[in-house]
Ligand binder design. Structure first.
Ligand code: ANZ
Length: 957
C-alpha cells in the first residue's frame, strides 16, 4: 500500500519516515502529558496569580463527546476531533486561553445489550472500551486538557446529574415572571392564600397526598400516568424523539405502542417560547435551528367550543378560525375521553349508512374503530396520501357561529397528543378534511373565495383550496360578517367575537411535548427519589448523593414479544429488594421512616445535558460549578447574549434530542441562579461524514473492502465480481479503516493532514486510503526543507529571505491564519503546500525566519513534526504556546504588471493586472475595457491573441 520503503528511504538515514514519525509522535505525546502542555488555567486559582494570562480572551471549544463503543474508532470518528484540535491550537497560538478536552458519554443501551449477550457487567465492558478509545485518541496528538476529562458513569459526575434532577424536581415555572422558581416559593403562595388551591380549600386542609398531587402539577420534573411509547422488544419506554417517523424504536428498530404508564417527565413545554426565541441569538446552522423550530412547532390559532346537547362542549384547536363558517363536521381523536359521553344508544334517524361502518350501534362502531386505530403509529395515522377512515359517533354539535348542527366523527387522522385532540373540519379548505368529506359524503362549504378559476361551489372541486391569499365569503350571521375580509383580518375579527361570546379565544399551541424521562433499564443514573408508604415521592437530601447504582446480578431488562402491546415494563432495579426497601431519615423532621426507592433510571440523554459545565470545574465536590469559573468560560458577553461554549462541533443527527434537552437544563439552572449562561452552546458546527465504499457480492452481502481488487474499472473479491457504492463506514459493512492502521503506516500527523485536506469540513467525503500518501509526501518535503536527510543536521541559514520568498511566505501566513480561524482547513493545507513547494523549488537552504514561520504555520495541523522541527531549530519552549505568525501587509498585496492592449498593432489601453492572471481572464478584461470598446466601435472580432500577463492583440473583423 505505501511507498515508504523505497530504496531512497533506506539510503537516507534522516528522512522523515513512518518509523521516524512514530518515534517523534510518541516522544512528544509523552512530553506534553508530563508537562501538562494543554492544561487550561481557571480564573480562580491559576489565573489569579498571572495578570498576563488573565488579560487573554478565553475560548471554550468542545466536541460532542463519544459513546465508548466496543468497536473502537474508525477513521470517520475523529474527523471532528481533529478539526477542533487544529482550531484550538490556532486559537491558542493567537492569544487565547483555550479550554479543550474530551470525556465519555458512557451510560446507555449498547453496553447493557452487550452485557446481556455476554454476561459481562456493563461497567467492565464500558471501562475497557474507554481505555481502548483513550489510547486510540491519544495517538492522534489531540491537545486536550486531560485533567478535565471524565466519564458520565463516574459517581462523582452523576452525583451532580442527580443533583440537577433534584433542582428541577424542586422547582416550578412561574409564567408571570417567565422563569423557574424554587417549589418552596410556590408552597408559600399556597400557604398564604396568595394562590388558590385547585378546589379552593385551604392549603392546610389538604392531606399530604393531595398537596403532593397539587405540587406535582407544577414541578418541572413530575411523575404522571400518561400514554407513553412502550417498546416491548426493548423492554423500555422511549421519548418521542427516540421514535422514528415510522413508529419504531430508533435503537433496535422494534415496534412502539402507546401505553398508559406511570413515568417521570420533564416539563420542557414550560420553556417552549424561550427555547424558540433564544435560537435567534445563537450562531448555529440555519438547518438545525429550523429543525428545532419545527420540533417546538409553535402555532398561533384559537380554541373554539362547540356545544353538544347534554355533554358540555367539544373544544377544538384551529389555526384557521377564519374558516369557522365552513366547519361542516367535527372529528375527535378515537381515544378522546368525550367520546363515551356523547355517543347515543342508537343511530339517529336517517343516519347515512356510510357513516356507521355497518355497525348496529354507535358504541359498537366506536369500539371496533378504536381497536383498529390503536395498532397504528401517529405517522401512519397522519399520512396525507392514505385513505381517510373513521366512524360517526351518532352525536351532533353546534357550530357556535353558524348555529348549524354538525355531525361528530372519530377518525385516526386526528391525534390525541396535539392541540385538544379534536378538530372542526373545514373540508373546502383543508386537504385532509376534503378527502374525509369525499369519502363520507359530507357537505363542503366554500368560505374563502378561490383565487383560481374553480368557482365557489366546493362540491365541484378536485381538491381543497388552502391558500391564505384570498377573501372570505359565505361567512356572516346576524351579528358578524367576515365577508370581504382577508384571512388575517378575518382571523382577528372572529377571535374577538369568540372571546366576547365566551365560546373561544386566541391561543398558541406547541407541538413540543413534555420530555419522558424514565427508562426501565439498569445502565443509567438512579433517580434520587424515594416513595413513602402512601406512595408520595420525596427527594433525597443532597447529603445522600450520589445515590450509587447498585451492583446487581441480573441487569437484563425484561423484554417481551416485540409485537405484544399488552405487556408492561419491569425495571431491573426492582428485583433488588435490599436496595429498593430502605429506612432513611430524610432530614425533613419525619425521622427515620421506611421508603421504597424509585427503580427507573434516567435516559442516556441526562449525562450529556450538562457536561460542558463539568469540564470547567471537574473536581468540585461542593458545588455544581464555581460561579466565577462558569462566568469566565461560559458567561454572556458581547455578541453572545446568552453565553455558552464558543464552538461546539458534532454531527447533525443531534439536531433536536441532545441539543434541545441540554438547552432546557441550561435554562433551568440559569433561572435558579446556578449558572450565568442561559444557553449551553453559542456556536454550533456540524461536520460532514467520512464515507467509504461498500462492496457487495451478487447476494448483496458486504465483502471486506480491503480485499477487493480493481481491474479495468471493475471490482473483484475472491475472483467474483462485486458492486461498489458509497456508504457509511463501519464494521457491519466490512469497510472500516482504523486510525491505528493509518498511524502505523504513516504517522498521526499524516492522518490529521489527510482528514483535514479531504474537503470542506461540513461536507461528507469518501475515504481513500491510497490518497493518504499525498499528505505524507508533504511532510517529507517539509522535513527535507529544514533537515538534511543524510546528516540529520538543520540546514537553515541566518540570512534575510529574498523578496519573492517574503511575498510567498506572507501570503501564506495571511491565508492560512484566516482559513484556520474560519475552519477552512482544507484550503489552509493547500496554502501550506503551495508555500512549501515554492521553497522547495527555490532550492538552497531556508533562511531561518522562513523556516520558523513555516513550522509555526504547520503546528496546528501537524503538531508532532512541528514540535520536533521547532526544537531542532534551537528553541527550548514548546511550539504549542508560540505566537501564530502575523502577515506583513506590505507583502500580501499582489504586485501588478502592466499589460498592453493593442488593436491592429496600435496600443489602445494599458491594464494593471496580477502577474498570475490566466489568458482567459485577461482576454475578458481587455475586451471589457472602455477604451477598447470605444476603439472597436461596434466592429466584430476576428481573432484575439493573448500573451498573459503582458500583451493582448485584437484583430477586428
Ligand atoms: C380548521 C382548519 C381549516 C384547519 C383549514 C386547517 C385548515 P398546525 O399548523 O400544525 O398547528 N388539527 C388540530 N388539532 C389536530 C389534531 N389533534 N390532529 C390532527 N389535526 C389537528 O395545524 C393546526 C391545524 O391542524 C388545525 O387547524 C386543525 O385543522 C388541525 F382550512 O382547523 B385546522
Amino acid at each position: 500500500m505505501s511507498e515508504t520503503n523505497s530504496a531512497a528511504d533506506v539510503a537516507a538515514p534522516h528522512r522523515y519516515t513512518a518509523a521516524m514519525a512514530a518515534d517523534i509522535e510518541a516522544r512528544w505525546q509523552d512530553f506534553w502529558d508530563a508537562e501538562g502542555t494543554y492544561e487550561a488555567p481557571n480564573p480562580t486559582g491559576d489565573l489569579a496569580g498571572d495578570p498576563e494570562l488573565a488579560a487573554k480572551p478565553k475560548k471554550f471549544i468542545m466536541d460532542m463527546f463519544p459513546y465508548p463503543s466496543g468497536a473502537g474508532l474508525h477513521v470517520g470518528h475523529p474527523l471532528g476531533y481533529i478539526a477542533t484540535d487544529v482550531y484550538a491550537r490556532h486559537q491558542r497560538m493567537s492569544g487565547h486561553n483555550v479550554l479543550h478536552t474530551l470525556g465519555f458519554d458512557a451510560f446507555g443501551l449498547p453496553a447493557e445489550q452487550y452485557a446481556v449477550q455476554t454476561g459481562t457487567h456493563p461497567r467492565i465492558s464500558t471501562e475497557a472500551n474507554i481505555e481502548n478509545m483513550t489510547a486510540q485518541l491519544r495517538r492522534l496528538g489531540l491537545g486536550h486538557d486531560k485533567r478535565r476529562s471524565f466519564a458520565t458513569i463516574e459517581s462523582e459526575y452523576y452525583k451532580w446529574t442527580q443533583w440537577i434532577f433534584l433542582q428541577i424536581f424542586n422547582s416550578w415555572y412561574d409564567t408571570d415572571a417567565d422563569r423557574a422558581r424554587p417549589i418552596a416559593e410556590l408552597v408559600a403562595q399556597f400557604e398564604s392564600g396568595e394562590r388558590a388551591t385547585p378546589d379552593g380549600r385551604d392549603w392546610s386542609a389538604l392531606s399530604a397526598a393531595e398537596r403532593a398531587d397539587v405540587l406535582s402539577d407544577h414541578r418541572l420534573a413530575y411523575a404522571s400516568d400518561a400514554p407513553v411509547n412502550w417498546s416491548p422488544g426493548l423492554g423500555t419506554v422511549l421519548a418521542n424523539e427516540e421514535v422514528t417517523a415510522d413508529g419504531r424504536s430508533e435503537r433496535g428498530n422494534f415496534p412502539v405502542f402507546k401505553a398508559k404508564l406511570r413515568q417521570w417527565n420533564m416539563r420542557i413545554t414550560a420553556y417552549a417560547d424561550r427555547l424558540l426565541n433564544d435560537l435567534d441569538g445563537l450562531d448555529w446552522p440555519e438547518a438545525i435551528k429550523l429543525q428545532q423550530r419545527n420540533w417546538i412547532g409553535r402555532s398561533e390559532g384559537a380554541r373554539v367550543d362547540f356545544p353538544v346537547d347534554g355533554a358540555g362542549s367539544i373544544t377544538v384547536f384551529t389555526t384557521r378560525q377564519d374558516t369557522l363558517f365552513g366547519a361542516t363536521y367535527m372529528v375527535l381523536a378515537p381515544e378522546h375521553e368525550l367520546v363515551e359521553r356523547i355517543i347515543p344508544a342508537a343511530w339517529p334517524d336517517g343516519t347515512h349508512p356510510v357513516w356507521t361502518g355497518g355497525h348496529a350501534t354507535p358504541a359498537e362502531a366506536v369500539t371496533a374503530y378504536r381497536k383498529q386505530a390503536a395498532a397504528k403509529s401517529d405517522v401512519e395515522r397522519q399520512a396525507e396520501a392514505k385513505d381517510k377512515t373513521g366512524v360517526f359517533t351518532g352525536a351532533y354539535a353546534t357550530n357556535p357561529v353558524s348555529g348549524e348542527q354538525v355531525p361528530v366523527f372519530i377518525a385516526d387522522y386526528v391525534l390525541m397528543g396535539y392541540g385538544t385532540g379534536a378538530i372542526m373540519a373545514v373540508p373546502a379548505h383543508d386537504a385532509r378534511d376534503f378527502a374525509f368529506a369525499r369519502a363520507f359524503e359530507l357537505p363542503m362549504r366554500c368560505v374563502v373565495e378561490p383565487s383560481d378559476d374553480r368557482g365557489t361551489d366546493a362540491s365541484t372541486w378536485e381538491d381543497a383550496f388552502g391558500s391564505y391569499d384570498a377573501k372570505l365569503v359565505n361567512s356572516a350571521n346576524d351579528e358578524i360578517s367576515l365577508d370581504g375580509l382577508g384571512v388575517v383580518d378575518a382571523k382577528a375579527r372572529i377571535t374577538d367575537w369568540l372571546k366576547e361570546h365566551g365560546v373561544g379565544e386566541g391561543t398558541v399551541n406547541f407541538r413540543l411535548r413534555d420530555w419522558l424521562f424514565s427508562r426501565q433499564r439498569y445502565w443509567g443514573e438512579p433517580f434520587p427519589i424515594v416513595y413513602d408508604e402512601e406512595g408520595i415521592a420525596h427527594p433525597l437530601p443532597e447529603s445522600m448523593l450520589p445515590l450509587e447504582l447498585p451492583e446487581v446480578d441480573d441487569y437484563s431488562p425484561r423484554t417481551f414479544d416485540p409485537d405484544d402491546a399488552d405487556t408492561q415494563p419491569e425495571t431491573p432495579l426492582s428485583r433488588n429488594a435490599d436496595w429498593v426497601n430502605v429506612t432513611l431519615d430524610l432530614g425533613d423532621g419525619a425521622g427515620p421512616k421506611k421508603y421504597r426507592r424509585e427503580t427507573n433510571t434516567m435516559p442516556n440523554w441526562a449525562g450529556s445535558c450538562w457536561y460542558e459545565l463539568r469540564y470547567l470545574d471537574p473536581n468540585n465536590s461542593e458545588k455544581l460549578v464555581d460561579p466565577a469559573i462558569e462566568q469566565y468560560w461560559m458567561g454572556p458577553r458581547e455578541g453572545q447574549p446568552t453565553g455558552g461554549v464558543d464552538l461546539y462541533v458534532g454531527g447533525a443527527e443531534h439536531a433536536v434530542l441532545h441539543l434541545l434537552y441540554a438547552r432546557f437544563w441550561s435554562k433551568v439552572l440559569h433561572d435558579l441562579g446556578h449558572v450565568s449562561s442561559a444557553e449551553p452552546f453559542h456556536k454550533l458546527y456540524n461536520q460532514g461524514m467520512i464515507q467509504a465504499f461498500v462492496y457487495r457480492d451478487s447476494r448483496g452481502i458486504a465483502v471486506p473492502a480491503a480485499e477487493v481488487e480493481e481491474r479495468d474499472g471493475a471490482y473483484y473479491y475472491e475472483g467474483e465480481k462485486v458492486s461498489r457504492v458509497l456508504g457509511k463506514m463501519g464494521k457491519s459493512l466490512k469497510n472500516a479503516v482504523t486510525p491505528d492502521e493509518i498511524c502505523g503506516e504513516y504517522g498521526a500527523d499524516t492522518l490529521r493532514l489527510y482528514e483535514m485536506a479531504m474537503g470542506p469540513l461540513d461536507v461528507s467525503r469518501p475515504w481513500d486510503t491510497r490518497a493518504v500518501v499525498g499528505q505524507y509526501r508533504l511532510l517529507q518535503r517539509l522535513w527535507r526543507n529544514i533537515v538534511d536527510e543524510e546528516s540529520g543536521e538543520v540546514t537553515v541559514v541566518d540570512t534575510e529571505p529574498g523578496e519573492d520568498t517574503l511575498r510567498a511566505l506572507h501570503k501564506a501566513i495571511d491565508g492560512v491564519g484566516g482559513d484556520m480561524a474560519g475552519m477552512r482547513f482544507n484550503t489552509a493545507i493547500a496554502k501550506v503546500t503551495e508555500l512549501n513547494n515554492h521553497l522547495t523549488k527555490a532550492g538552497g537552504p531556508l533562511p531561518r525566519p522562513v523556516a520558523e514561520a513555516l513550522v509555526l504555520l504547520v503546528a496546528p495541523l501537524a503538531p508532532h513534526i512541528a514540535e520536533e522541527l521547532w526544537r531542532r531549530l534551537g528553541h527550548t519552549e514548546s511550539v504549542v504556546h508560540q505566537d501564530f505568525p502575523v502577515a506583513d501587509p506590505a507583502y500580501v498585496v499582489d504586485e501588478t504588471v502592466t499589460c498592453v492592449v493593442q488593436i491592429k498593432g496600435k496600443v489602445r489601453a494599458r491594464l494593471e493586472i496580477s502577474p498570475s492572471i490566466t489568458d482567459a481572464e485577461l482576454e475578458a478584461l481587455a475586451l471589457a475595457d472602455p477604451a477598447v470598446v470605444a476603439a472597436l466601435d461596434g466592429a466584430g472580432i476576428r481573432k484575439v491573441i493573448v500573451r498573459a500577463p503582458k500583451l493582448v492583440n485584437i484583430v477586428p473583423a
